[in-house]
Write a protein of this length. Structure first.
Length: 392
């Protein structure tokens, strides 16, 4: 299995390895620390600021926002209809006989009824109320007793822009340019071969914290020894991670303990066994490349202090039958590491901030990827006509 483009992964692994001190001591910060990067607590608490973030990045009310993953390509065979509910958006994602993926509103143009309530195979979308019928692209095909309506009354379902790239289905206003949006990450994601993976399990959970706290938890290898002491610290070195900006996205690799014993020449080595690549596709899709499977995690903010955490567990199609192995991985990563540790601590951070006892959060050199993440948010806010600068 390929990992991130091998040359990129090798370059980062060699940098990580060069920083590892002999003898098992934790890696020191390689450079002199700058003053901590500080972010106002109001950015995680203020509903007005959140409304500006939503308008600038997350769409809603018929707009897609910036690109985000809404499904895996392999979950959608020809003729499949998949309801996708996001805060402010309710969609049916379909794949027509022509193989093209589309998204239309999941609400009948007659009296608003939800059209599809569970994944299904269909040739047409038939409203359960009075039988208005649409094709999989949303065009109205049939109205019972059509003579009861004037010609201009009948219309099709509004479509939202979606696109397939790297084995994933993306929603976003400028989605035709998804390759350009992904920029330098496009080749990394293609190399994961997610089109040859299947969703072994997925889950959506709403957690009581601001979406940025979750992204920041994934941009931080500094917490592994403390927060994940009893779960995955046994697999990872302490605070040994390299993160780099790729446009407004982030690419990271985090060193696994096996890297210490790796041969000098890594030519034939399985790089995913030595370090774990991860990505933040701006603004809120996190991708983590485990040794033999991939977590795709789109985050969907519901309000300033509530976020939907979607976790798609993508495993190689050829190995999908290895149930005990995947059960064990799901239990460790999703149930323990993500839900009981990372998301639990994000809620604790939200509670601490909401208590009003600190005015700002601080990020040191081991959390430096948070700087470009916030710079990209500031840039998105500044570009959004609906979002005047907040000063918050
Ligand atoms: S609400 Fe859909 S056909 Fe009447
Ligand atoms: Fe974590």
């Amino acid at each position: 299995m390929k990992s991130m483009q091998r040359a990129t992964h090798l370059r980062l692994i060699e940098r990580l390895r060069a920083d590892l001190p002999a003898g098992g001591a934790p890696a020191p910060v390689a450079r002199e620390a700058r003053p901590a990067f500080r972010v106002a607590a109001a950015r995680y608490l203020d509903a007005g600021h959140h409304a500006r973030e939503r308008a600038a990045m997350f769409g809603g009310r018929g707009a897609g926002g910036l690109p985000r993953v809404i499904a895996a390509s392999s979950a959608l065979a020809a003729g499949a209809c998949l309801p996708v509910d996001l805060p402010g958006l309710s969609l049916i994602v379909t794949r027509g006989a022509d193989g093209v993926v589309r998204a239309v509103a999941n609400a009948c143009r007659h009296r608003g009824t939800r059209l599809v309530d569970a994944p299904c195979q269909a040739k047409a979308l038939v409203c359960p109320y009075h039988g208005w019928t649409y094709d999989l692209a949303g065009a109205l095909l049939h109205v019972p007793h059509a003579e009861a309506f004037a010609p201009g009354d009948s219309c099709s379902l509004p479509a939202l822009p979606v696109s397939e790239r790297a084995g994933l289905i993306w929603l976003g206003d400028d989605i035709a340019g998804i390759a350009g949006y992904l920029g330098g990450l496009d080749a990394d994601l293609a190399a994961l071969e997610l089109d040859r993976h299947v969703v072994w399990r997925s889950r959506r959970v709403t957690r009581r914290c601001n979406w940025k706290l979750i992204v920041e938890a994934f941009l931080d290898a500094y917490h592994i020894r403390t927060l994940h002491r009893d779960s995955i610290y046994r697999f990872f070195l302490d605070a040994a991670s390299i993160m780099e900006s790729v446009g407004r996205h982030i690419r990271a690799v985090t060193a696994r303990r096996t890297l210490r014993e790796a041969p000098v020449e890594l030519g034939g080595s399985d790089l995913r066994a030595l370090s774990t690549p991860s990505y933040v596709v701006f603004p809120a899709t996190v991708i983590i490349v485990h040794p033999d499977w991939v977590s795709v995690i789109p985050l969907h903010p519901r309000s300033v202090d509530e976020t939907d955490f979607d976790h798609l567990m993508l495993v190689p199609a050829a190995r999908a039958g290895d149930t005990p192995h995947w059960e064990k991985n799901w239990s460790l990563i999703e149930e323990t590491v993500f839900q009981r540790e990372d998301l639990w601590v994000c809620e604790q951070a939200q509670r601490g901030l909401a208590a009003g006892m600190v005015d700002e959060l601080m990020f040191g050199e081991l959390e430096s990827a948070v700087r470009p993440f916030h710079a990209a948010i500031d840039d998105a806010l500044a570009r959004s006509p609906a979002a005047p600068p907040t000063g918050a």
